[in-house]
Write a protein that binds this ligand. Structure first.
Ligand SMILES: [Zn+2]
Ligand SMILES: [Zn+2]
Length: 338
């Protein structure tokens, strides 16, 4: 099968890899759409790999035993590999699984791990079916485009009574604008890239602030009668934006972080937490109990489809990654059979 390999700095090419085979409750999915996410970072860095991507939508083409899925089922492939057995998995909270697993841990080989490929391998319970009439590209929004922010907004109970700050308007942050708008919340967003700011306005953001503007915090206060926002969601994964969320949220408000970050954030308990009485939470994607609601956003939001800014055949992955690295995109969908 065809798959993508990073072969050097800003170098990606198609290679031939062996096809995976179904085993136990792990099924083979023929990938019709591979939504692009953070893979451009590996492309920029040039660390060689044949294992790219974590988002996919496709069709079950091989099962090893009778189970939840059948050949021909159309499915969304969730981006994680949870154990299915720990207390968190058993309670339905598989996104925070304590054990994790991988194709390699299960089969002894990484074959089938990549979503930038024509086939992949996945445990059947992590691949919920998609409605017959929903195109693969649209169903692909149920992954990192709408997923992480949906999970966080569910935990914060974002409603039409809220003003929410969304920092970082990459595909995850733009998805957050769609989710917040669908819930009726008032959206104040933040990003320095003009393309993204304009995109967020089209999706429903009332105001988009520039993080380089020294008056940005003052602007938030002026927009919220001096109180601060009710809820804040960082999708940028930058310490400055995380700090801005803590500063911009009102007393008794809530802050959620979904942007990956490995840098320390300075947070001082008394002024930041005790006096303000805020709740700070981390969230990673969403659990399967919310999957029907995420599909509902895809179906009913008047702007969800606009989250797809580009589609590329897998054969043009080099151009797709270069475009992704410009930050002038929303979600890019790769088509492995084109
Ligand atoms: Zn688990
Ligand atoms: Zn992703």
């Amino acid at each position: 099968m065809k798959a993508v390999a990073i072969t050097g700095v800003r170098q990606a090419e198609l290679i031939d890899l062996p096809e995976p085979h179904a085993r136990g409750h792990w099924v083979v999915v023929k990938v019709h759409t591979a939504p692009m996410c953070t893979e451009y970072k590996a492309w920029l860095a040039g660390a060689p790999t044949q294992n790219l991507g974590h988002e996919a939508v496709g069709e079950v083409v091989e099962v090893a035993q009778p189970g939840r899925l059948h050949v021909g089922d159309r499915v969304v492939v969730m981006p994680l590999y949870a154990c299915g057995q720990c207390q968190l998995c058993l309670s339905g909270d598989f996104i925070h699984c304590q054990n994790g697993t991988s194709v390699e841990a299960f089969t002894g080989s990484p074959v089938g791990s990549s979503t930038y490929a024509q086939y992949l391998l996945k445990p059947d319970w992590m691949a919920p079916r998609i409605p017959e009439d929903m195109p693969y590209d649209l169903a692909g929004l149920a992954l990192c485009a709408l997923g992480p922010s949906f999970g966080a907004m569910d935990r914060m109970n974002v409603t039409a009574l809220d003003t929410i700050l969304i920092t970082g308007l990459g595909p995850v942050g733009l998805g957050a604008v769609v989710n917040a708008a669908y819930r009726g919340a008032r959206v104040i967003a933040m990003d320095s890239v003009p393309f993204r700011a304009a995109y967020a306005r089209r999706l429903g953001a009332e105001t988009v602030l520039d993080p380089n503007d020294t008056q940005a915090l003052q602007a938030v206060l002026e927009l919220t009668t001096g109180l601060g926002v009710d809820k804040a969601l960082d999708c940028s994964g930058t310490v400055a934006a995380q700090r801005f969320c803590l500063d911009a949220v009102r007393r008794r408000g809530q802050v959620a972080f979904v942007g990956e970050c490995n840098e320390p954030l300075e947070l001082i308990v008394s002024p930041d937490l005790l006096r303000k009485g805020i709740a700070v939470l981390g969230s990673w994607h969403y659990n399967l109990n919310l999957y029907p609601q995420v599909l509902q956003v895809i179906r009913r939001s008047p702007v969800a489809a606009q989250l797809i800014s580009h589609t590329f055949p897998l054969s043009q992955v080099q151009q797709a990654l270069a475009l992704s690295a410009t930050h002038e995109t929303a979600k890019i969908m790769l088509h492995p059979w084109e």
